[in-house]
Design a protein around this ligand. Structure first.
Ligand code: KIV
Length: 275
């Protein structure tokens, strides 16, 4: 009997085969519990560097470290069984040279067991993406609004609202596809631009605030769950978890203060251990 656990995960090739077919469902997760909850319903789980803002309260993703991505990546791989896990490379860990990118991406893949990495950038990252893919690292690219470039973009700004900006963004999407990225996130690009890119590139496009015509969609899970009071305009809320948690905590606090705290067996349906 083999001691090696069979890998039942969606592969990069499975994702690539979905071009123009059934839309690819992606969500973020940063921890074991969220990974286990989203895993049965999605094709891809992204351990996004958005965790810096969503989990750690940073005002941008620039302070996220390689170590943070590795720790959260390990938790998400542990919590999931079938989705392809993709890990975001943090700012400063891949932009310097293809060699720097390879060393850090290989470390992330080896330490976490994830199936791919994601990095931001277009034309300027073409050589690096090619270098990585040729050496066995599947790359998920990210163009349009690139949160790690907020200081050169002048903030978190939607991209391609003016047609004059389209050529550069299309150039970026084509460059990363040519370099071998199996998929590309199109973040906050105008709807017709997202559609045009999807029609013109060979790889999978995944929209976030882009276009319903992309090959798939991604959202930050906390945004679609209504975890925080603020979420981006494009992120539809599918639940109101923030209020559910507040309500439960308020009830708990009331119970504690009024000493009406129920016995453990009445609080939820956990089976009592036989003595
Ligand atoms: O970091 C992240 O969560 C992302 C998604 C928003 C695409 O890059």
């Amino acid at each position: 009997m083999s001691l090696v656990k069979k890998n039942n995960r969606t592969s990069v090739l499975d994702i690539m085969a979905r071009k123009g077919g059934e839309p690819v469902v992606c969500l973020t997760a940063y921890d074991v519990n969220m990974a286990a909850l989203v895993d049965p319903h999605v094709d891809v789980i992204l351990v996004g560097d958005s965790l810096g803002m969503v989990l750690y309260g940073m005002d941008s993703t620039l302070g996220v470290t390689l170590d943070m991505m590795i720790r959260h990546g390990q938790a998400v791989v542990r919590g999931s069984n079938t989705a392809l896990v993709v890990i975001d490379m943090p700012f400063g860990s891949y932009q310097e040279s293809p060699e720097q990118a390879f060393a850090n991406c290989a470390e992330v893949m080896a330490q976490t067991g994830a199936g791919a990495i994601k990095l931001e950038g277009g034309v300027e990252m073409e050589a690096t993406i090619k270098f990585l893919v040729e050496r066995g690292i599947p790359v998920f690219a990210h163009v349009g609004l690139k949160p790690q470039s907020l200081n050169t973009h002048g903030g978190f700004k939607a991209q391609g609202r003016e047609e004059a900006q389209w050529e550069a963004i299309i150039g970026d999407a084509k460059a990363v596809a040519r370099a071998g990225a199996f998929a590309t996130v199109l973040e906050s690009v105008a709807e017709p631009l997202g559609k045009k890119i999807t029609e013109e590139v060979q790889n999978i496009t995944i929209g976030i605030g882009a276009s319903k015509f992309c090959d798939g969609q991604i959202l930050v899970t906390e945004d679609m769950l209504g975890y925080n009071s603020w979420s981006p305009k494009f992120a539809k809320r599918f639940a109101d978890i923030g209020n559910v948690i507040s309500g439960a905590v308020e009830t708990y606090a009331g119970d504690v203060k009024s000493r009406s705290f129920p016995e453990p067996e009445n609080t939820f349906s956990m089976k009592k251990k036989k003595t």
